[in-house]
Design a protein around this ligand. Sequence first.
Ligand SMILES: Nc1nc2c(ncn2[C@@H]2O[C@H](COP(=O)(O)OP(=O)(O)OP(=O)(O)O)[C@@H](O)[C@H]2O)c(=O)[nH]1
Ligand SMILES: [Mg+2]
Length: 332
Amino acid sequence: MKPTIALIGGFLGAGKTTLILAAAELVQRRGANVAVVLNDQGDDLVDTHLVQSHCVPADQVSGGCFCCRFPDLIEALDRIACCHPEVIFAEAVGSCTDIVATTLRPLLRDYPDRFRVAPLTVVLHPAAPFADANLQFLNANQQAEADLLVGWAPALPPDARRVNAATGEGVAEWLDEILAGTGPVAAHALTLDYARYAEAEASLAWLNARVVAHATPAISPAMLVGPLLDRLSATVPNIVHLKLLAQCDSGYLKAALTASHADPVVEGTLDASPARDHEILINVRALADPAELQAIIEREFARLPARLAWQHVQSFRPAAPVPYRNSASAPR
Ligand SMILES: Nc1nc2c(ncn2[C@@H]2O[C@H](COP(=O)(O)OP(=O)(O)OP(=O)(O)O)[C@@H](O)[C@H]2O)c(=O)[nH]1
Ligand SMILES: [Mg+2]
């Protein structure tokens, strides 16, 4: 049987991964195989490691969004086929839009024998609409192309349904609907000004890094990164979404900040015992200068009670999006 690809869009920090994890667990409980393909402008994705730590097979498309890296998406789907998934959730980059024209319709048109395609679900960010014009441009276009709008904020627009992955409310009903194959798919293609789109994405600084921390004496992940998160919340300007994953032999800890000066939301093995060696992944999206952002991150990490080895760090503004395909073009 052909696997169903369910694309999940929505703004940075809206709750895409959280919803996918809740839905993936439900699919597994129903006895079916599930897999996830993540997507980012950079490498070393917190989300990919988080999904794998929940025992869900995951692959990723990095270095650009699904639209610009469409062949990489197909390759990721080829690789993940070895897990025989019946359902594949694909999480779009949180700054990405025009997914219907550049990803969903090409999948429908060019791969009808390989995949079923579910309606495009867009998760509403609880803080939207945004005061910042660039963020709101991206957010508004993402919402405009949704087949289904879901959200978990206390107040939702009339055309959105309540789906709260944290409590489970509405998740099974939403999953049944997107897997039923009865609703419209890729029904709302945008007419998008790509110069404006590029400008809006480039207002963001994007930092992905992987650091190995060796602590003497040994320290628990919570004790290692707790104070770091407080300092990052206080010093990183205009955070849009900051994600951090600290892993060691005794467990992992994942933390998220969806605004500067906010309290981090933490999950994982909160009582993991002390360890000497920790691997820390950090992904930050902020309205900031990339060089300044990197300097702040390196300065705050340097205060950790551990010897650090930076494995990889990249800090940049997303490049102008150039879709590989769109619904009007002939296959290349
Ligand atoms: N109560 C509640 N909180 C949620 C829900 N979904 C997400 N959150 C919160 O929002 C934060 C961000 O969620 P993610 O799932 O990482 O958001 P995302 O859209 O995948 O973010 P990016 O991948 O960075 O674009 C989480 O750390 C949670 O605190 C939800 O359904 N209910
Ligand atoms: Mg995510």
